[in-house]
Each structure stands twice: as C-alpha cells, then as structure tokens.
Design a protein around this ligand. Structure first.
Ligand code: LHQ
Length: 261
C-alpha cells in the first residue's frame, strides 16, 4: 500500500511509521489519521513485523489535529464524529495491536499528538521532545485517549495540571513524571530506538502482545478478574513454541531464539 502523509518502512522485523507533514509539525489531517490507522492495521496483520515504531519527520512528533483544516471546515464539521471515526480508531489501533509499539518522540507532541504518543507502549524521547496537553488552550477537553492514559501514567493531579495549564512538559520533566522511559541526545534517537526495536522484535511476540492485553485489562479489572485473565492468557503462551524454546534455552544455558509464536 502506498501512503502520502506518512512513511512506512520495514527493517528486519521492525516497521517504522513516520508522520510526514513536517511543514505543519505533522499535524493530523483526515488523510494522515486514516493512513496511520491503516498502516498500524497492516503492521498488525504482517507476521514478519514484530515491533512497530511511531515517530515524526522534522522537528516535531505531532502538533495534533490540523487546526487550519478544522478552521476551513467550520460549520460543516462535528468534532464528536471526527473523533469517533478518526482519532478514536487510531488510538485503538495502537492499543489493540498485539506487538510492542515504541514511540520515538523526536520533538513536540501536542494535543492529539500527545494522546497518540501516550498510547504507545514505551516512549524514548530526544532531549528536545516535549508534551503539551494543548486542548484546554483552545477550549477543548483532552481527547485521543489522553483523559484515560495520562492520569494512569502520572496521577490525577499532574494530569489535571497539564490539562488546565497547557504547559509544555520538557523531556526531563516527562522522565521525572514517568511519561517516558528514556531521554537521549536527538542525534542518537534513531540509533537508540532502533536498538530497542530490534531487541523487542526478537522477543516472544505472542507473549509481548498478550502482556499488553493483560495490562490494559488489568488496569480496569478487580484482582480476581486480573488473576483469572492471567491464567487464561498463560494457557495460550504456555502452549507456544517460544515458551518451549525459552525453557530449553534456559536449561541449555544459551540465548533463546524466539520466533514470535
Ligand atoms: C500547525 C499546527 C496545527 C496546523 C503547528 N495545525 N498547523 C480533535 C478534533 C477536532 C478538532 C480539534 O482538535 C482535536 C484534537 C487536538 O489535537 S486539539 C490540539 C491541536 N493542537 C494544538 O493546539 C497545537 C497547536 N500548535 C502549537 O501550539 C505550536 O505550533 C507548538 C507549541 C506545537 C509548536 O510551536 P512552535 O515551535 O513555535 O511552532 P509554530 O507554532 O511556529 O508552528 C510551525 C508551523 O506549524 C506553523 O506554520 P507556518 O505556516 O506559520 O510556519 C504552524 O501554523 C504550523 N502548525 N501546529 N495543530
């Protein structure tokens, strides 16, 4: 499939999706929302892909919704429908993708761009990255899942502070608050993200994918519910080739060679 607003590249078992509207700081128009969602689904269906990286071209990760586009459609546009048919599907495509999704946060992530960054499983940020919950600045509530992900990551008070101040959270503060996993100098971001992604892609992909499911479900269930769901999922991973290989590699005192199934 060919895309116009994103780049889709595959290196070994890692697919990288790059938002590619740098002139507007990778703001999302309808086409970029649809293409990103389609690319995530394609990566999900492709057994040769075992890790997905999301990043932006130029100096931003993404400045969120393309506000110039919104302005040009004033009066003919339902924001609720736009979310239901657009960003909500994109965010769900990240979260339901049963493979690790790494955010390579190369610059500012604002509004829906911040929501999308927070939907990734791990975030490696350049020292120039920042996070802005810009919605309140234009009279909106957080969307793209940010009202759900952000308080879980940083706690209610910090999440609410970010929402009502619209303040820019620097990479250092984001690390301190638990919004990101690591900061690297910007010139090293591609290399560090690639090392992470290749390492995740050589892991037991079935288990890594189901870990994501377990954690999301666990965050909204009772302890009993979580224990039952773990037992259910472990029955599945326990029958996998990767489990057999993992145990054998342990006994033989060597590195496991996982196939992802
Ligand atoms: C942009 C944008 C942008 C278009 C920079 N759009 N061009 C969902 C459903 C429906 C409706 C509404 O919203 C949503 C969800 C949301 O995402 S709401 C939040 C939308 N995003 C924002 O409010 C952030 C707007 N951008 C900014 O505040 C700044 O651009 C940041 C802080 C991200 C970066 O500031 P600077 O580094 O100073 O860059 P800049 O402002 O000079 O931007 C560079 C260019 O990018 C500029 O174009 P120009 O032609 O003047 O050079 C901007 O107009 C354009 N741009 N964000 N969201």
């Amino acid at each position: 499939m060919s895309y116009e607003t994103i780049l889709y590249e595959q290196d070994q078992a890692v697919a990288t999706i790059t938002f590619n509207r740098p002139e507007s700081l990778n703001a999302f128009n309808d086409q970029m929302i649809a293409e990103t969602t389609a690319a995530l689904k394609a990566a999900g269906r492709d057994d040769a892909v075992r890790c997905v990286v999301l990043t932006g071209s130029g100096r931003a990760f993404s400045a969120g919704q393309d506000l110039k586009d919104v302005r040009s459609r004033e009066g003919q546009f339902s924001i609720g429908d736009h979310l239901r048919h657009g960003f909500n599907k994109l965010v769900k495509a990240i979260i339901s993708l049963e493979k690790p999704v790494l955010g390579a946060i190369n610059g500012v992530a604002a509004g829906a761009g911040c929501g999308i960054a927070l939907a990734t499983d791990m975030r490696i940020a350049s020292h120039t990255a920042s996070f802005i919950l810009a919605f309140g600045r234009i009279g909106l509530v957080p969307d793209s899942g940010a009202s759900w992900t952000l308080p879980r990551l940083v706690g209610y008070a910090r999440a609410y502070e970010m929402a009502v101040t619209g303040e820019k959270i620097t990479a250092e503060k984001a690390l301190d608050w638990g919004l990101i996993n690591q900061i690297v100098p910007s010139e090293q971001l591609p290399e560090v993200v690639s090392a992470w992604a290749l390492s995740l892609a050589s892991g037991p992909t079935l288990a890594f994918g189901l870990t994501k499911r377990a954690m999301y479900k666990g965050s909204t269930s009772s302890l009993d519910g979580a224990l039952a769901y773990e037992a259910y999922l472990q029955e599945i991973t326990g029958r996998s080739d990767d489990f057999k290989e993992g145990v054998l590699a342990f006994v033989e005192k060597r590195e496991a060679r996982f196939k992802g199934r």
